[in-house]
Structures are given as structure tokens and as C-alpha cells.
Design a binder for this molecule. Structure first.
Ligand code: BES
Ligand code: ZN
Length: 646
């Protein structure tokens, strides 16, 4: 293991959900797709504007951070913040403990974005600091000259009301309508907008925090949370395991707790608490099967926090406390793979972490692979197959739409804002790659490998290249007749999906294809389709694979037979509304408006804005909805969609 030791350096990449067109899957074969796309500068090691070459990047330089952890590294953080809901500011200080690579290094560089820094002190005395020039994607470097030998520095600051990683909600934007709410979302490069720190996933810190809030509210963090803590407006947290900055998270609101199992529970506003606890009651079982298959859960408790609907993601794997959109509380557990996903990150992501955002697939691809496995263990092989087919179709749609360079697992993000690149590539292509290895060497052997991998790299941040070196020393050496290095390189460094990659299939969906075809050709009426046993998956597959164009009459028949416009399932509604927009089916537009205004999850709203923006009428409609929704959207959702309504 020495060989694959903890990476030092700095980087990143982040992505926002953008991508998948929900229309029917491209007919193109993978091979065609790959053949028609050229990867720019394939063999040229050309440097970017900061002089970074491909080989710097392969070795883990984080070009999304200004910090200098190779010289001085922050190891512990002590936060003391007061949440001021009137000014929308977090005010207080961050005390940082550092370690020098060598005693001569005294200049500590931190990342910040729009922080108002009032003072920097060490041992109670002011120390000099300078703020660099503002970069629109990366924020501002904060350079502090530490007195020799001094290893603790305190930065007093206040956040901006527009901090990119914090959303302040008014009571009207919550379920209870009585109390305000706050939550943070740090991944990928937003921790710096609420804490001055080395905002790179290869810098791991332990932390303590004291958070002061209005007395009626409860604060929770990605740390130890005590459900029985008195609500007195002052809360203490500790995170004893070293975590990357993007996993530091805070939420404050009128939150109640309900246990779901011995180690699992849910925090939510009172109105959602019971339904969330019921929906996610299998969380404890998921935790148990994952431990059995991949090794011990390293984080003590695993709780969920249900956020207001403006949460811009489906979920966020903040350690010990995953943040979850309320849009997955469907009433029938049909969307709980999201919980399996965020839980799985406790192994892939939180225990073993991507060293830079170029390596995001190490987090998301492994997690997506694990998610399918967890879903299979809890809900059986049929559900696994259906979810795998749906994931594969999302991937195919992205591949049809993306530039070749963005189809590469180890993506080159130099000069790009991580938030602007988000696709199914790191997720579904990453998972498919791992599934291929599983098929080649056998499930048991691959499970044993993964368990060992999580152990060998526990609490480390690694690059793609470290992973490849590890594969060479383990599986490639063990199974030389089953795996080869060239194929692995193709998966990681080439666009598209390699030929003969696994292709998920589901018998249940074969039936749906027949039903859809029969309805389209007119041999079966919509009202005569027997949908009694259809789950969300059948509905999504049925709808997502409709031809691009349908007549108003056809849409009316479907809507009359199945009340699709008023479906309470947010994923089905999304697929239906995509069809409605593409075909200008006006009876669905009130629902569409309501959907856009009440949901802030970018993956659900962005494709709708994009589709609407394609016609002048659609754009005008999108503009109206966006203007009304904007005050309630998270800054990330605003940024991701404002281009469609201009
Ligand atoms: N960690 C991600 C969310 C994320 C990724 C935020 C990159 C910022 C940058 C989280 O685990 C995730 O993947 N969420 C998905 C879940 C889905 C794939 C089940 C989401 O939010 O939709
Ligand atoms: Zn994830």
C-alpha cells in the first residue's frame, strides 16, 4: 500500500446536471459514435493558461483550488458561526490547524469566494493576509503569512448573502411555512463560499463546530448529531474522521428526528417526518447489506435530512447525514435508489475520495455500481435489471448529445467550471466499466476486490492513475487471461462505450416495448392497456421511449386513460412533461408551470427549460415560470437555467 500513498497536490472538476435529453435513445451504435467524434489534442501534452500539462494532471494537481497543501496543509478546522437570517449571513470564525511539509513554508494559501474577512490572527495577534484577484469560477485566494512555527490561525469572517454554497429560505419556501431554513451544498467548489479553507478534495480535515441559531430552530451537520439535543439555539458538532471540504455541510430549520433503525434515522420538517420515515424505512437494511458485501461502515450513524424542494440535487452524500430532495418521497418506495446511492458514497467517495474533480468517476461510477448492487440485494433482480436499463438509456442519450471529450471518464476540466459539466458519464459509464470487470472475473472475486480497495484507500484521496496502478498490481496480475490493460485504458481514456460492453436488459421491458408498439400502430387502445402491475420503472420506460413526435390526439388518449398530467410521481411527471413540451400538448402546461415553480432539483427542471427554449412560445412560457421561480431557486439552479430564458 505504501506505493499508493496519500496524494498531495490540488484540483477539481464539478458538474451540474445538464445532460440527458429525455427523448428516445439514439439509434447510433457506440462504435459509430466513437468513430465520428474526435478527441481534441489526444497525444499533445499542451499546457493550459496556468501552465498545467496532462502529466501534472495525471499526478493529481488540483486546478480548481488556489491552495498549496503540498507546502502547508490544513488538517483540522474549528468553526464558530452564527446564522443571521435577517442579513442572510453566517458570521464568526474558522480556526485552522496546519502542518508544514517543511519548516520553511510559512505562506498558507486558502480558497475563498465572496467572504468578508475582518481579521486573521495567530496566537491572538493579527497576522498579515492578502486577497488575490477574483476568478469567476474559483473565487479568491487568501494568502496568510504565518509566524514561524505557529500552526494555528484564526480567520474572522462573514459570508455573502449570495454565497454560492448557501441557500437561505423564507418560511414560505418551507413545508411548515412558519420558520426560515438554511442549507449548504459544498460540492464541488462551494465550501469556499462559506468557509475559508483549502477547497480541494485531496485535503482532508477533521472538524469541530459551534453553530448558533434562532432558538426555535435545530442545526444539523455532516458530523455527530444528537437527536435529543435541547433546542437552545447553540449546537456542537464533531467530525473525528478526516473528510474533504466538499463534504462539510450544515442545515438549520424546524427539524424533527425519527429513528428508522438502530443506526439510521431521518430529520425533516414535522409535516414530512412520518412519510419520509416510511418511504425510507429500508435504509437500515441497505446499510447492513452494504457492510456485509463491501466492509464496515466507517461513520457511526447514517441519517437522512429531508430538505425543502429547492434543494438543487437529488441527494448529497454528506457524511453521517445525507441531504435528500423531498421529490423522491413518492409513497411507494419507487425512487429509493437515491438513498442507496447516497449511502453507497459512504464507501465510494467519503471513505475513498476522488483526488481531483477530473477523477469524479471514482466517486460516482463506483457509487452507481454499488447502488445497483444494493438495490438488487434489497429489492431483487427484476428491479435491478429495470433500473440498469433506464440508467443505460440515460447514458446513451448523453453520449448522443455530448462532445467526445466530455465522454471520457478521466475528463479534462482545465479552464472549466465544474458546475458547467454534468453528465451521466462518470455515473453510468463508470458503473458499466466496473460491471464489465465483475462479469469477467466473477461477482465474488470482484466483491472481494472492492472490499480490499475500500480498506486499502480508506480516508485517502486518490487519482484515476493511482487506481489504474492499483488495478495493475491486483486484478490485472491475478487474472491476466481475463482482463487486459489496453481495454481498461479504452474505458477510462476514450469517448463512447467500448464495443461489446455489457448491455443491460430486462424481460419486463420487452413487454413494455410490445405494448407501446401495439398502441402506436393502433392495435391496442390506451384504455385497454393493463397497467395494474406497472411500477414507476415501467412508466418511465414506456414514456421515455416514445417517438419524438406524437399527435395531440394520441397524447389526449394517454392522458385520459392514465391521468398523466396529474401524476404525483415527480419522475413520471418529468418524463410526461418532456413529451408534452416537445409536442406542445397544452393541457399539461398548468402542471408544467406548477412543476417548474415548485421544484428546484436541477436534473428535473433543466431538461424542461432546455426543451421549452427551443421555440419562441416555449421560451416565453419558460421565462414566466423562471421569473416566478427564481427567488426560490438555489443559486446553482438559477445559474444552470438562466441561459434558456434570455
Ligand atoms: N455527489 C452527488 C451530487 C453532486 C455531484 C453535486 C457533483 C455536485 C457535483 C450526489 O451523490 C449525486 O450523485 N446525486 C444524484 C443522485 C442520483 C444519481 C441517484 C442526484 O442528485 O441526482
Ligand atoms: Zn453521487
Amino acid at each position: 500500500m505504501k506505493k499508493y500513498g496519500l496524494l498531495t497536490g490540488a484540483v477539481c472538476l464539478p458538474l451540474l446536471f445538464a445532460c440527458s435529453e429525455n427523448n428516445s435513445v439514439s439509434e447510433k451504435t457506440q462504435a459509430d459514435a466513437a468513430a465520428h467524434k474526435e478527441v481534441a489534442n489526444e497525444s499533445v501534452d499542451n499546457a493550459d493558461s496556468r501552465g498545467l500539462t496532462q502529466s501534472d494532471i495525471a499526478s493529481g494537481v488540483d486546478y480548481h483550488s488556489f491552495s498549496n497543501p503540498n507546502e502547508i496543509r490544513v488538517t483540522h478546522l474549528n468553526l464558530d458561526l452564527t446564522a443571521n437570517f435577517d442579513t442572510k449571513q453566517l458570521v464568526g470564525y474558522a480556526e485552522l490547524q496546519v502542518e508544514r511539509a517543511s519548516p520553511q513554508f510559512n505562506d498558507l494559501v486558502l480558497d475563498t469566494r465572496a467572504l468578508d474577512i475582518s481579521e486573521v490572527t495567530a496566537q491572538g495577534k493579527p497576522v498579515p493576509f492578502t486577497l488575490g484577484e477574483k476568478d469567476k469560477d474559483l473565487g479568491t485566494a487568501l494568502s496568510i503569512t504565518l509566524p514561524e512555527g505557529v500552526n494555528t490561525v484564526k480567520v474572522a469572517y462573514a459570508t455573502s448573502a449570495e454565497a454560492s454554497g448557501v441557500q437561505w429560505l423564507t418560511p414560505a419556501q418551507t413545508a411548515g411555512k412558519e420558520h426560515p431554513f438554511l442549507f449548504t451544498q459544498a460540492q464541488a467548489v462551494h465550501a469556499r463560499s462559506f468557509i475559508p479553507l483549502q477547497d480541494s478534495p485531496q485535503v482532508r480535515v477533521t472538524y469541530n463546530a459551534t453553530i448558533k441559531t434562532p432558538e426555535s430552530l435545530l442545526a444539523v451537520m455532516s458530523a455527530s448529531n444528537d437527536p435529543d439535543t435541547p433546542r437552545d439555539g447553540e449546537y456542537e458538532f464533531t467530525m473525528p474522521q478526516p473528510i474533504p471540504s466538499y463534504l462539510i455541510a450544515l442545515a438549520i430549520g424546524d427539524l424533527k428526528f425519527k429513528a428508522m433503525g438502530e443506526r439510521t434515522g431521518v430529520y425533516a420538517e414535522p409535516a414530512l417526518l412520518e412519510s419520509a420515515a416510511k418511504e425510507f424505512e429500508d435504509t437500515e437494511a441497505m446499510l447492513e447489506v452494504t457492510e456485509k458485501t463491501y466492509g464496515p461502515y466507517q461513520w457511526d450513524r447514517y441519517d437522512l435530512l429531508i430538505l425543502p424542494p429547492s434543494f438543487p440535487f437529488g441527494g448529497m452524500e454528506n457524511p453521517r447525514l445525507s441531504f435528500i430532495t423531498p421529490t423522491v418521497i413518492a409513497g411507494d418506495k419507487s425512487l429509493v435508489s437515491l438513498i442507496a446511492h447516497e449511502l453507497a458514497h459512504s464507501w465510494s467517495g467519503n471513505t475513498v475520495t476522488n483526488a481531483t474533480w477530473r477523477d469524479l468517476w471514482l466517486n460516482e461510477g463506483f457509487t452507481t455500481y454499488l447502488t445497483y448492487r444494493i438495490m438488487e440485494m434489497i429489492y431483487g433482480n427484476d428491479r435491478f435489471k429495470k433500473e440498469a436499463v433506464l440508467g443505460y438509456q440515460d447514458l446513451q442519450n448523453d453520449i448522443a448529445a455530448l462532445e467526445a471529450n466530455d465522454e471520457i471518464l478521466a475528463i479534462d476540466l482545465r479552464g472549466r467550471n465544474p458546475d458547467d459539466v454534468f453528465s451521466n458519464i462518470p455515473y453510468e459509464k463508470g458503473a458499466l466499466f466496473l460491471r464489465e470487470i465483475e462479469h469477467k472475473i466473477g461477482r465474488e472475486n470482484f466483491d472481494a476486490f472492492l472490499m480490499q480497495y475500500f480498506q486499502d484507500f480508506a480516508f485517502k484521496s486518490i487519482t484515476t492513475d493511482t487506481f489504474i496502478a492499483y488495478l495493475e498490481d491486483t486484478l490485472l496480475a491475478q487474472y491476466p487471461d481475463k482482463l487486459d490493460a489496453k481495454r481498461i485504458n479504452t474505458w477510462i481514456f476514450e469517448p463512447g462505450i467500448p464495443q461489446d460492453a455489457p448491455k443491460p436488459e430486462s424481460d419486463a421491458f420487452v413487454k413494455i416495448d410490445k405494448t407501446r408498439a401495439a398502441w402506436l400502430e393502433g392495435s391496442v387502445k390506451a384504455v385497454d392497456i393493463d397497467t395494474t402491475n406497472w411500477t414507476v420503472h415501467e412508466w418511465l420506460y414506456f414514456l421515455n421511449n416514445m417517438p419524438t413526435t406524437l399527435s395531440t390526439q394520441q397524447l389526449e388518449k394517454l392522458d385520459t386513460a392514465f391521468a398523466l398530467t396529474s401524476t404525483q410521481n415527480n419522475e413520471i411527471a418529468h418524463s410526461w412533461l418532456m413529451i408534452a413540451v416537445a409536442n406542445k400538448y397544452e393541457p399539461a402546461y398548468d402542471r408544467l408551470y406548477d412543476y417548474l415553480v415548485s421544484i428546484g432539483r436541477n436534473k428535473l427542471v433543466k431538461p424542461l427549460y432546455r426543451e421549452l427554449s427551443k421555440t419562441p412560445d416555449g421560451k416565453a412560457f419558460a421565462k414566466r415560470a423562471f421569473e416566478e421561480a427564481k427567488p426560490g431557486y438555489h443559486p446553482l439552479t438559477v445559474k444552470a437555467n438562466e441561459g434558456y430564458v434570455q
